[in-house]
Write a protein that binds this ligand. Structure first.
Ligand code: WTA
Length: 694
């Protein structure tokens, strides 16, 4: 399945110098290890497991599973019987066994240039133990779910690892999600405690996080679910007076000028924080005087580790559940091999920890390897479009991991803001989140990486836990836009509509034939949905929901989602979720949402709305519709285009023909077969009135 030899033409190769020290230095070595990983997974993963601490060793089969719905329940079990603790492996092992106590775990860089903090492995361990004790004192026990709704601060990592230390299950909700989304997620996983912060700035914009959190808790209450405790970190108001349980005072300081750079560091007002003494507690007050020693809770391999929600095609988000040992080994191994991690590296993944990329490649993968990472709170364009490269130079970043949408955004501003900075520390560049167009790949390679750095285009999903199709930087000759070949233990196939495996160059559904350690174990509280979503369409396979092409050299090219999912700026959204938000407006009778190509975001949301009788369409209504989607889901789902659609193209049986709507949104007149369309005059009307997407 993997070609005998790698192609030599029209591909990009790492320098001989780079390959010399690499963990997997050649294509032949990759192939050899790949065969071992698939044919003898026990030995392959067993070798990797040796580097970790196990309280008790596994007994029985290394890996057991059923991928075939026709043969019974779907399950994946990895290293059953072993007990360990991930937090212990990420922190105590590095501090006490590997002597990395004084090594920097994170360079935190705030939204404002000049706001910075350094945290060593020893300090992180102390903070985590202390907060773990706080959680225990708040009554959190093994198996309890804890919701975390925080900005990109060190305490977010502390909160997640404190949960893991005591065997509690974290459910992190991206701080850009709305109160409604947070409420839905808290209730689905029945979280007993919420950890949040007063607020944060994204560029110039203040996000009143506590206000949103309170709103979410109220919504939960209205629906009959109460969260007992809310712990609030004073992030913006950290210097405000301490000592009481009360919220921080409103405070505003003058701007400061940095003597070295001449840049003005803005001091901004802190948010107004509502306070409910029955539920709310201050992080800083709680940790005061609490011991920084905390014995970890030893967990079974298949105990739940965390839940992370991802969009589902029915509109209701799915709580993807990952478990302890498999996820630990998989994120550790992919981090080490895909970024070719070396001890002196400074790694920077620009994703938010609220997404799986941040879970796996800011927290778990890097810390499992004892790596130093940058944790960045801000935006790539604030205070100017050179911010990323300024940070790269400041911390001498060696491995840099970002999303195609960020690359396309920065590309728009030309080469000068990049070339103003040296970037000579960079060694490997990575991308994730959506297919990268070859033009953006080339710019990333030649301008950002000065043609020196291999690019790893990593394909994976919340569900896969870590990279599944990806180049290894020294071993894989790359083709711009291709995620190339499978990672170790991963066996991809391409199927046609009838479920037949296609050989050689082909185009179809991307599926996987057997589990790897990092694959999700279930949808939290809904095993049936897990089976239906991923295993029912093609029995015997895990179905990704992505389309894929294999070329003559055996390279895999992701062609995008083939279900009702959209990928906007690397974030998956379900069309059903946006549609149900739109129809909540009393004037909307029906809504249909499709994606259309966008030069920076990859895809943008194009919404068709049919209004109720007698209502007329106007600017005011359009704004209300945008707001309702922001309120229900969050700013990432804000529609780009809304079109008044007195009628929607439907089949005679009443099904909306989204395929036709997609063409209308893109302005493509070639509609293909529309013989099943009930009323073709609807289409003409929609074409005549389409929003200009150029
Ligand atoms: C898409 C993000 C092409 C894909 C880690 C997948 C990609 C979805 C790539 C998962 C890539 C991610 N090339 N497409 N390198 N990486 N995708 O769950 O459609 O937020 O199914 O996980 O993003 O998004 P999720």
């Amino acid at each position: 399945m993997i070609p005998e030899t790698a192609p030599k033409e029209d591909v990009y190769l790492a320098s001989a110098e780079f390959c010399k020290t690499s963990h997997v230095p050649s294509f032949d070595k990759y192939k050899e290890l790949y065969v071992k990983s698939v044919e003898n997974p026990d030995e392959f993963w067993g070798d990797i497991a040796k580097d970790f601490f196990w309280k008790t060793k596994h007994n029985g089969e290394f890996l057991s599973y059923n991928f075939d719905v026709t043969k019974g329940e779907i399950f994946i079990k990895f290293m059953e019987g072993a007990t360990t603790n991930i937090c212990y492996n990420l922190l105590d092992r590095n501090v006490h066994e590997k002597n990395l106590g004084n090594k920097v775990a994170f360079y935190w860089e705030g939204n404002e240039p000049g706001d910075e903090l350094t945290v060593t492995y020893r300090e992180l361990l102390q903070k985590v133990c202390q907060f773990a004790n706080v959680l225990k004192s708040q009554g959190v026990k093994k198996g309890d779910r804890v919701s975390i709704y925080m900005p990109m601060v060190v305490e977010l990592v502390v909160a997640m690892l404190a949960c893991v230390r005591i065997g509690a299950v974290h459910s992190i909700v991206f701080a850009g999600f709305s109160a409604e989304s947070l409420c839905e997620r808290i209730m689905d996983s029945e979280c007993s405690l919420l950890i949040t912060a007063d607020g944060f700035y994204r560029g110039d914009k203040l996000i009143n996080l506590k206000l949103l959190a309170d709103d979410a808790l109220q919504k939960c209450k209205d629906k009959g679910f109460s969260v007992k405790r809310c712990i609030m970190l004073k992030h913006l108001s950290k210097d405000a007076e301490e000592g009481s349980q009360s919220p921080p005072a409103k405070r505003s300081c003058p701007d400061l000028q940095d003597n070295q750079t001449g840049r003005v560091k803005k001091r901004r007002p802190v948010p107004k924080v509502p306070w409910n003494p029955d539920v709310d507690q201050c992080w800083h007050t709680l940790v005061k005087g609490v011991s920084d020693q905390c014995e970890p809770e030893w967990c079974e391999s298949e105990d739940p580790l965390f839940i992370l929600y991802t969009s589902g095609s029915t509109g209701k988000p799915k709580g993807v559940l990952h478990t302890v040992s498999g996820y630990m080994l998989y994120t550790a191994a992919t981090f080490r091999l895909v970024f070719d991690y070396q001890p002196e590296d400074v790694f920077w993944c620009t994703a938010d920890i609220g997404w799986i990329t941040g879970h796996s490649y800011i927290t778990y993968g890097p810390l499992a390897n004892g790596a130093t990472s940058v944790l960045f709170e801000g935006l790539p364009t604030y205070p100017d479009v050179g911010r990323m490269w300024e940070i790269v130079d400041k911390y001498r970043v060696t491995k840099f991991y970002t999303a195609p949408t960020a690359i396309r955004l920065l590309m728009k501003y030309g080469n000068e803001p990049v070339q103003k900075y040296k970037r000579d520390s960079l060694k490997v560049l990575g991308t994730v989140g959506e297919p990268i167009n070859p033009e953006a790949w080339q710019w990333y390679h030649s301008v950002v990486g000065d043609k020196r750095c291999p690019i790893v285009d990593t394909f994976w999903q919340t569900e896969t836990g870590g990279h599944v199709l990806t180049p290894l930087p020294a071993a894989t000759p790359t083709k711009p836009g291709s995620a190339t070949f499978p990672f170790f233990g991963v066996v991809p196939a391409i199927l046609n509509e009838s479920g037949e495996e296609l050989e050689g160059p082909s185009d179809g559904y991307l599926v996987f034939k057997q589990p790897w350690p990092g694959i999700m174990r279930t949808v939290y509280g809904n095993q049936q949905r897990f089976e239906t979503t991923y295993f029912k369409k093609f029995p015997g396979y895990y179905v990704t929901g992505d389309g894929c092409r294999r070329d003559k050299d055996g390279y895999y090219w992701i062609t995008g989602r083939i279900d009702d999912m959209l990928n906007v700026s690397g974030h998956l959204l379900s069309t059903a979720e946006v549609e149900s938000a739109l129809v909540e407006h009393e004037n909307v009778a029906e809504a249909a949402v499709v994606g259309c190509p966008h030069p920076v975001k990859g895809e943008s949301l194009y919404c068709f709305v049919t209004l109720t009788e007698g209502v007329s369409y106007g600017r005011g209504l359009e704004t209300e519709l945008r707001n309702i989607v922001r309120e229900k889901i969050g700013a990432i789902a804000t529609p780009d285009y809304i079109q008044n659609a007195p009628g929607l193209p439907k089949t005679r049986s009443g099904k909306i023909m989204r395929r036709v709507l997609r063409k209308i949104a893109c302005g493509e007149r070639e509609l293909g077969d529309i013989s099943t369309l009930a009323d073709s005059s609807v289409v003409d009307h929609l074409f005549q009135n389409r929003c200009c997407t150029a």
